[in-house]
Design a protein around this ligand. Sequence first.
Ligand code: FNR
Length: 369
Amino acid sequence: PPLDEILNLHDFEAVARAVLPDKAWAYYSSASDDEIAIRENRAAYQRVWFLPRILRDVTSVDWSTTILGQKSSLPIYISATALGKLGHPDGELNLTRAAAKHGIIQMIPTLASCSFDEIVDAAQPGQPLFLQLYVNRDREVTKKYVQHAEKRGVKALFITVDAPQLGRREKDMRMKFVDDGGTAKVQEGQAGVKKDQGIARAISSFIDPSLSWKDIPWFRSITNMPIILKGVASSQDAIMALEANVQGIVLSNHGGRQLDNSRSGLENLVDIVAALKTRGPWPNPNFSVFIDGGVRRASDVLKALALGASAVGVGRGFLYAFSAYGQAGVERAIEILRDEFEMNLRLLGARTLSDIGSDMVDASGLHTH
Ligand code: FNR
């Protein structure tokens, strides 16, 4: 269908499913094992209800924000999703260009199809970018990569901590790794890959499963970028992150692609915010809590913000948008979300995001299934 008939982010998914080659659809849409975590990522949002306010003069509403010190036109960033060229020949550049046009921030994946420098070169001067890091067994490779990114102006480092081994995405595994069409530009230093294990497994063998809390000071020593741990689920780990002096965490189960049956970020958010509140100021200007997984509507985002998230990551929503329509699809996705923010803020009785508080949601049903 023509782009102006796309009304919401779910529509992009339906088009992507229809147009993508089987292998790409399997890689993008798959989640691990029985795909329970991915299902609950969506379902959890449907257990939180709004308690809107009235008569608050919502003539002008503003949903812009700051994410790790960088301006963003939406309280959403584009989360890292590997192998963009499986979906569209321009791969991640679709995201970079659309993000530039609409003032949102893209997180560049370590396993992007386009090279890191291609992506940064496609960005506008001053356009903020974040980097997602898979830590290499060879730390010199990682050090060079991180320091190069900082030199090129990347504003924050998201270290993925929920993937010491890649989850079993069986839909993807069934497709086998025949030939990736030259799209997987993998980091140097990667071990040879076996070609019968699905795309995800094949490209990830360089990731270091020995990564531990002891490595955090080393990361601090090699970069001045804010460090965020991506893939936190437990309150204890959230507190350890705070005490390790990193600048934030992403409550995420990796879009359901890692440990299946791991609780959704939204459910964990409530407990983790409560735990963090016992350990210092809240909100904490030096420690941000992000969340991702299953976000497809501005209303989802507003629920997460009400429960204490600073901003929200979207993976598949944008991935499907560019798979179906290239850069124009991503732009349309951002415009749809923008219009949803405008309407939802008005109907909630909130003029800015700082008006969105826990009093505007009923999350009492969140942990009941
Ligand atoms: C991902 N995600 C991911 N995360 C990461 O840290 N490094 C990576 O290389 C990837 N790659 C990747 C590929 C694909 C195809 C998907 C769908 C996801 C996880 C991603 O950053 C994010 O956590 C989830 O996508 C959020 O869930 P939604 O928005 O896809 O529901």
